[in-house]
Ligand binder design. Structure first.
Ligand code: KIV
Length: 254
């Protein structure tokens, strides 16, 4: 049986931690799903970890759909969520609606994630939720704004912390089913988690969120660089390099 949005919302109140990871392809998605991950996000970080770009901005809606279709074929159990990519939802509510429509018509995703909690985005999300689209909010460090805010911790000053808290409340009021809190102080994430009735999923936001997410390539040691908060559970770059070197040697030795 697949994990549902209603279930993870119940888990918040039962204090059952939600385990989330990203996936970009069928093979890894199948392993994550079998290993018991509750939520799989096809994050637009696939721009860097799967497509080799420097940031998330170049990835397209077609890219996200293609990867979500592949991930979806590997997922039986986990709740499948997908990021809408940069400029597929910010220009207008109509465009957001069309982009979301393509996701739900062409993939198995059960929800979408949109970055930002400023008033125009809150209104777009409210409209998406009204037509029946499950939306996850994303506040704090929002990588699609990298050229404006960088990859720094957000919400460090009292004013910026207050703004993130305000955005979180506005997104909840607009109807998001969950909130991703990225790279904010642990105390702020704990405060938001306490205040909102929906599950918070943290990445670099301390241990008190209702769930945790990391980028799978970081967890498995497949990325060239990991953010300081990303714990590495394996060194697949090393394992793969050793295996391929051994193969090269075997072939060259006849
Ligand atoms: O794209 C992504 O990988 C994300 C992370 C914050 C999980 O959104």
């Amino acid at each position: 049986m697949s994990v549902t949005i209603a279930q993870i919302q119940k888990w918040k109140h039962l204090k059952k931690p939600i385990v989330a990871l990203t996936a970009t392809d069928y093979a890894i998605a199948k392993l994550l799903d079998k290993a018991g991950v509750d939520m799989i996000l096809v994050g637009d970080s696939l721009a860097m970890v799967a497509l080799g770009y420097k940031n998330t901005l170049p990835v397209t809606l077609d890219d996200m759909i293609r990867h979500t279709q592949a991930v979806g074929r590997g997922v039986d159990h986990a709740l499948l969520i997908v990021d809408l990519p940069f400029l597929s939802y910010q220009v207008s509510t109509e465009e957001a609606m069309r982009s979301a429509g393509r996701i739900f018509k062409e993939t198995d995703a059960k929800g979408i994630k949109l970055e930002g909690g400023y008033p125009e985005m809150v209104e777009t999300i409210r409209r998406l939720v009204q037509v029946g689209i499950p939306v996850m909010g994303h506040v704090g460090l929002t990588p699609q704004s990298v050229h404006r805010i960088g990859y720094r911790v957000q919400g460090v000053t009292p004013d910026t912390a207050e703004e993130i808290l305000h955005q979180s409340k506005a997104l909840v009021e607009a109807g998001v089913f969950s909130l991703l809190l990225e790279n904010i102080p642990a105390e702020l994430a704990a405060k938001i988690t306490d205040l909102v009735p929906i599950p918070t999923i943290g990445i670099g936001a301390g241990k008190d969120c209702d769930g945790q997410i990391l980028v799978t390539h970081d967890v498995l040691g497949l990325s060239d660089w990991q953010p300081p908060f990303a714990r590495k559970y394996a060194d697949l770059q090393g394992t793969i390099t050793d295996a391929v070197k051994q193969y090269c040697q075997d072939v060259r030795n006849g």
